[in-house]
Ligand binder design. Sequence first.
Ligand SMILES: CC(C)(COP(=O)(O)OP(=O)(O)OC[C@H]1O[C@@H](n2cnc3c(N)ncnc32)[C@H](O)[C@@H]1OP(=O)(O)O)[C@@H](O)C(=O)NCCC(=O)NCCS
Length: 175
Amino acid sequence: MRELTSDRLRLREWRADDAPFVLDMCSRWEVQRYIGATPRMLTDLDDARATIARWRGHDDGAHGVWSVRRREDDAPLGTLLLIGILASGPDLPLQPSGETEIGWYLHPDAWGRGYATEAADLVLRQGFFDEVIAVTYAQNAASRAVCTRLGMHHLGPTDRYYNMTCELFSTTPPR
Ligand SMILES: CC(C)(COP(=O)(O)OP(=O)(O)OC[C@H]1O[C@@H](n2cnc3c(N)ncnc32)[C@H](O)[C@@H]1OP(=O)(O)O)[C@@H](O)C(=O)NCCC(=O)NCCS
């Protein structure tokens, strides 16, 4: 996966030794509460290592999950995902929809500084996909605001993904 840099950020691949940070971030309810249909907090380092392995598995040169880091001191800040989104359906595991989703979560210490928007902008600027979508819980105002700051179009509620109802945003206008 390509390393990406902006004035303030460096995005690189996740590594096994990032597990303590991932555990710290993803064991917090305020971070996990709007992730997936059934939010779950990580409980131990093995859980965090498995998460990192799963994130690394998305890397195909276009999709990927990046570790978002402060450029000046390499401090970890959060994660930025550009992945195939799963379609809703009756059978588990859910199957890929063929569309690409962007998503983000930051450690609470890194909220309120524009890092999520800056990291997402870097990833979208690679331009691998004509359309990238984002889905958020309706009540996740912070994540909806990231979509808006990125210039994404709000297409309203949908139940097409993850067997849940969420708000849909897209980089392309409604057709
Ligand atoms: C969603 C989430 C990543 C948003 O983080 P965020 O810090 O609010 O978003 P940004 O990084 O874009 O930062 C924007 C904020 O930084 C402020 N900011 C401060 N300095 C800034 C700068 N130099 N440049 C840009 N914005 C700056 C903005 O004013 C804005 O604050 P406001 O919301 O109070 O107006 C964060 O809330 C989170 O990790 N939540 C838990 C996980 C989650 O729900 N993920 C989404 C699942 S769909």
